[in-house]
Design a binder for this molecule. Sequence first.
Ligand code: ADP
Ligand code: MG
Length: 320
Amino acid sequence: MGLSEFELIEQFFLRPGCVREDVLLGVGDDCALLRIPAGEDMAVTVDTLVETVHFHPGTDPEKLGHKSLAVNLSDLAAMGAVPAWVTLALTLPVSDSAWLAAFMRGFSALANRHRVQLIGGDTTRGPLTISVQAHGFVPPGKALTRHSARAGDRIGVTGTLGDAGLALLQMAGGGVPGRWLRERLETPMPRLASGLALRDLASAAIDISDGLLADLGHICRRSGAGARVELPKLPLSQEVEMHVKKSGDWSLPLTAGDDYELCFTVPPEFCARIEERLDRIEGGFAWIGVIEKDEGMRCFAADGRQIETSQSGYQHFQSA
Ligand code: ADP
Ligand code: MG
């Protein structure tokens, strides 16, 4: 028989994996009580994952636990914030302790790794929906925003692009993606160290959740600028590189979502220092283009030809 709401809370949420000094009161009361460390601003973000919209029914709950936290930590990474606290609102169709135990294993492992404490939440019955709010700290004036890229800034991207999209594409075709691609889709690692390394040097940053062109497009629009992207410079895994070569289609690295890499812009005088810092961090990074005065996104192939791109249409990305 399923546990009651109270029993679920008692069993799964009451004992914190990680205990922080800035949490005066965690799970168990009407509110959590928190103390923002002196000299820090707080960065807050929330993301909701809905079954069938954001993940397939039957998705491994441990991986789902990881991912539902990872997508929020990725937003903090993109601001250059250090994560601290998290709340978890769960809507569950049934009270299934085995499912919840696995979910919390994935969630807590990632939380503990980054010293993030679960400080509260809500548990209700309904269609499977996971809503996570994450809080982090950043020194005043140091947050990385979307609106301050300038013409001449170089554009960088961490990790590789299009892996999660390729995994989804293979699964949609009835295939089973290899381990690397599956991990990229199911257990993305938020680029927190890279986000910190960008502080003081990058002019703007965003995490890539909706695809490179869409998310770089947000930086450009908010900054009143445009971008030139060199396709041969996009960082690709072997798998995605093969796919692009075979199909002549750049849509995966340009428009597939779920990558959770960081896209950022850097004034030329700081580029060498960025290279020094990011080359040492897992995932690495690549320069992929430059911010330009004219609005819009322009992509160029190896031979210098401009490739027609649209941020939505899959077919529009055939380069042949
Ligand atoms: P209330 O009725 O005051 O909202 P609840 O019974 O919903 O209280 O929750 C009791 C305590 O358990 C609260 O501290 C709440 O933050 C915590 N809690 C409930 N659900 C979760 C969850 N999914 N994750 C973490 N904490 C939770
Ligand atoms: Mg409640």
